[in-house]
Design a binder for this molecule. Structure first.
Ligand code: SAM
Length: 245
């Protein structure tokens, strides 16, 4: 299968079958001016004049060259299933010394985050439209990620659909491979059954130890989280750190 065919494939239920082409621009202009009220970062090196933050890989069968994604090489954090980026748009702005990659299968949601990122002039944020487990297993370079964020992944509540859940035993091994030594994975969900599965599979992998989620990170809510909280549904959180070796 060619990269273009994979790009146009639906990977899971709910994903539209057609993919509109996205324009990729890697032209970041550090001197680009940004309106004062745009919410843009104060640091000029974070301003972007890119036409889109969406990155389309040259190939879908080799690992990414991260140097092609970002204008400056910084420590990388990745969100899988970013939705419209209510978390990453805030978090990338608050952490200008890190690079962030949003992974989402739905183009409409990715485009919303694209607009947010462009409005804020962020050059430390790139987006990619792809199925998350394929991306983590085959495209993310090994030991390239300092933190993986997975917030409110689809819970697939029916038992016969549990096999579609992103976080399962094989996924913990992929996570170990893509995280740097001492790298972290942060998890949130509203679904108690999925939470039990997530914590069970990570605790069963001896490469991980449980850690606390920093309060500053917990304080950055996603849209789904705010909706659930408004309905009185609490967020369940867990975090794990990869062992050094
Ligand atoms: C419930 S939403 C949560 C979005 C965001 N994390 C938040 O908390 O606001 C789950 C998101 O994950 C995306 N998603 C689900 N399964 C995916 C997969 N296998 N690969 C990529 N994205 C996926 C969905 O399209 C959706 O945008």
């Amino acid at each position: 299968m060619t990269g273009e065919q994979i790009n146009n494939q639906s990977f899971a239920s709910g994903c539209p079958s057609g993919v509109e082409p996205v324009r990729l621009s890697t032209e970041f202009d550090p001197q680009a001016s940004v309106p004062a009220d745009s919410g843009a970062p104060a640091r000029p090196e974070l301003r972007s004049r890119a036409s889109t933050l969406i990155y389309r890989p040259v190939t879908y069968i080799e690992r990414l060259n991260l140097r092609q994604l970002f204008s400056s090489q910084r420590t990388l954090e990745v969100e899988l299933g970013s939705g419209d980026g209510s978390f990453l748009a805030q978090y990338a702005r608050l952490n200008p010394d890190l690079n962030f990659l949003a992974v989402e299968r739905l183009l409409g949601r990715l485009r919303k985050l694209d607009r947010k990122g462009l409005r804020a002039g962020l050059t430390n944020l790139r987006l990619i439209r792809i199925e998350a487990s394929y991306f983590a297993e085959y495209l993310l370079p090994r030991e390239s990620v300092r933190a993986l964020h997975i917030y409110f992944p689809d819970p697939w509540p029916k038992r016969r659909h549990h096999k579609n859940r992103l976080i399962n035993t094989p996924f913990t091994e992929v996570t170990r491979q893509v995280l740097e030594p001492n790298g972290k994975v942060y998890l949130r969900t509203d679904n108690a059954d999925y939470f039990a599965q997530m914590t069970d599979v990570f605790q069963s992998n001896s490469a991980f130890r449980i850690i606390d989620t920093p309060p500053l990170l917990s304080g950055i809510k996603t849209d789904f989280e705010r909706d659930f909280e408004a309905k009185g549904v609490p967020t369940l959180r867990a975090a794990y750190q990869r062992a050094e070796g």
